[in-house]
Design a protein around this ligand. Sequence first.
Ligand code: 5GP
Length: 238
Amino acid sequence: MATRKQSELYSGKAKTVYITDDPTQLILYFRDDTSAFDGKKIERFSRKGEINNKFNAFIMEKLAAAGIPTHFERLLSEQESLVKRLEMFPIECVVRNIATGSLCRRLGVQDGLDLDPPVFEFFLKDDARHDPMINEYHIRTFGWANPKQVEQMKEYTFRINDILKVLFLEAGLLLVDYKLEFGDVQGQVLLGDEFTPDGCRLWDVKTREKLDKDRFRHGLGGVTEAYEEVARRLGMPL
Ligand code: 5GP
């Protein structure tokens, strides 16, 4: 029997998560509206939910094929996907291949600088505190994850970098940085996040034009068109 949506569990910047009649599964609904700057900037883009839903499914299938365990089960409709329900760690893992965004604001390093080796950062998932930066000591002391789980999150986040950097480069795109969240189910760490241009930065390899959520954050226009361009270059069916 098909899994049915029950009550809303959580509503994020651009997706809503629903409990289902199966306690082990959730439904992600990718909305057309999106927000930035802690909800201060909100806008609706027609077809964005559908593009992100399909984009995410495409990337999750690539990651699963490369041996990364993820929560993704299958597409359910134009704007919905079925995922495994995880016990989420309240942590954001960020990898940066090129300096931009908050790294430049915090450290004053030059925007566009190649980062070799890539930089890894942890942030606490806490909107009210603007997702402060944390380290492994905070995670251990406050019990947000155990040391083995921390190692697993770092290993998967870096492996995902190796897989996706190549995938995007072959499509003429630089994977600048991205954020991922993980969760636990029956003692296993799984990727429990979507991967879309809302949670990563992608630049054209030649012109360094921004083709991600920074177009919305910085009011550059052409948000949906940029996401569609990325999808087209990856050969994704839309
Ligand atoms: P920064 O720390 O420079 O603002 O963001 C680093 C990377 O993580 C960017 O690709 C950004 O899109 C992503 N990121 C950071 N925080 C969030 C968040 O709360 N939600 C989403 N979707 N992505 C985030």
